[in-house]
Design a protein around this ligand. Structure first.
Ligand SMILES: Cc1cc2nc3c(=O)[nH]c(=O)nc-3n(C[C@H](O)[C@H](O)[C@H](O)COP(=O)(O)OP(=O)(O)OC[C@H]3O[C@@H](n4cnc5c(N)ncnc54)[C@H](O)[C@@H]3O)c2cc1C
Length: 396
């Protein structure tokens, strides 16, 4: 892997990144996702135009292996693409990030012949992949399922009360955890691919939220026929430890870093405008911007170094070490907190111009979206698992 290129991608401003996929995502953000972001947020509607532009740019197939018609992008390249899009519209970036996680998993663990065929189809037709893992009754503890596959009779079926399925109504396929049979223990989980034509969704809630409103992550009862060929052969726990969990943390963190970059950019533009008005005077907010930039570089560096480390482990198949697992959970916790603190600091720099909705320096959507980072997989949940692992480690 060309580490210098990856670094140049992830530590500099996304507009100056040199990676192919980061550039493509930045262009989608500038031309389509950004101009529509406020409308998407206000109406809590799905960013259809962003999805169409992502498809045109080949971003949905980018994370799939080249041998199946994909773009062959690695996790670091995709993290940079997701952060570039998040600068303009966090909801659109989350769609790309969650899709990317499923696409990587398909490329890595979709080893059966029907799943290989499906992979080729996803690449060829730029299909959109969603997931329905959290469940009513277990919350964010995705290592347990109440839902069970009914494989006692033909056709196989399942019914699940999903806590949240982002863009479930618009996805071409939904991946979901389920117990492997009606008698299986709640941790005996498999992972199945449900194609659009094989399931129905009954909404159990609206999606009227503080932020990330364009993800349209309603609760749904999902009622599906399960194609035995589209069941991953590895248990869900294996995949969660060998890529799925780690990539999720990288992609979510990329969104929180992109949000932080958007907030910092507003603060920076605000003090530069003030400096132009009073040539020779350093505006008071400039000091705060200097502080923000320090935090931003920390967020960027955490993201890109973790992504590079993960990508090198993928090649060396060492990705499920406790150390990397802890690091990636911490990455998500740290970047989500930095997203909140940077966006709040940017508000203090921009003052009332940041507080107002109808201002070029408005931070309303950015601040609300940033707070989604704290709950989209609870930080406390990650910290508690890390706390347990750390007790068993001799060194940090
Ligand atoms: C924008 C958005 C999009 C989403 N999209 C999807 C999706 O597409 N698919 C999907 O499956 N899910 C999705 N989710 C759900 C998400 O992944 C989490 O599972 C969900 O937010 C968890 O719900 P919860 O707040 O009840 O958290 P829980 O993790 O159940 O936690 C509830 C409370 O208990 C505390 N807590 C829980 N466990 C522990 C613990 N072990 N230690 C300490 N404290 C704990 C938490 O801090 C929190 O206060 C989405 C969520 C959001 C916000």
């Amino acid at each position: 892997m060309d580490m210098m290129r990856e670094l140049k991608n992830g530590v500099v401003a996304p507009s100056e990144g040199i990676g192919k996929w980061e550039r493509a995502a930045w262009d989608v953000g500038v031309e389509v996702a950004g101009p529509n972001a406020d409308d998407v947020d206000r109406l809590a509607r799905f960013p259809h135009e962003s999805l169409a532009a992502m498809r045109d740019a080949g971003l949905l197939s980018a994370p799939l292996p080249e041998e199946f018609g994909g773009g062959g992008a690695n996790a670091a390249e995709m993290a940079c693409a997701v952060r570039a899009l998040a600068f303009h519209c966090a909801s659109s970036a989350l769609v790309l990030g969650m899709h990317t996680n499923e696409a990587f998993n398909l490329g890595r663990h979709g080893t059966t012949s029907p799943l290989r065929d499906f992979t080729r189809e996803v690449a060829k037709n730029q299909l959109l992949l969603a997931n329905a893992n959290s469940e009513v009754g277990v919350g964010g503890d995705v290592a347990r399922s109440i839902c069970a596959l009914n494989n006692v009779q033909q056709p196989w079926t399942l019914e699940k009360e999903a806590l949240a399925i982002s863009y479930g109504e618009y996805a071409d396929a939904i991946m979901t955890t389920t117990r492997s049979s009606p008698d299986a223990a709640e941790t005996d989980q498999i992972y199945v691919v449900l194609r659009r034509e094989s399931f129905t969704l009954e909404p159990l809630s609206e999606w009227d939220t503080l932020g990330l409103r364009g993800t349209c992550s309603r609760s749904f009862r999902i009622i599906a026929e399960v194609d035995p060929g589209l069941v991953y052969s590895a248990p869900f726990a294996t995949m969660a430890n060998e890529g799925l969990g780690q990539v999720q943390q990288l992609m979510l963190s990329a969104v929180w870093v992109g949000i932080a970059e958007a907030a910092a950019a507003k603060a920076h533009a605000y003090v530069r405008a003030a400096a132009r008005r009073s040539v020779g005077v350093v505006p008071p907010g400039a000091l705060r911007v200097a502080e923000i930039v320090g935090e931003l570089q920390a967020a960027r560096s955490l993201l890109i170094t973790s992504a590079i480390r993960f990508s090198s482990f993928v090649e060396g198949s060492e990705m499920s070490t406790a150390n990397l697992t802890i690091t990636l959970r911490d990455l998500k916790v740290s970047t989500s907190k930095l997203g909140v603190s940077i966006s709040r600091a940017a508000l203090e720099v921009c003052g009332i111009m940041g507080y107002k909705q109808d201002s070029p320096f408005s931070l309303l959507r950015i601040i609300r979206d940033a707070h989604g980072g704290l709950v989209m997989v609870s930080n406390d949940r990650y910290l508690h698992v890390n706390a347990q692992l750390l007790l068993a480690m001799k060194t940090l």
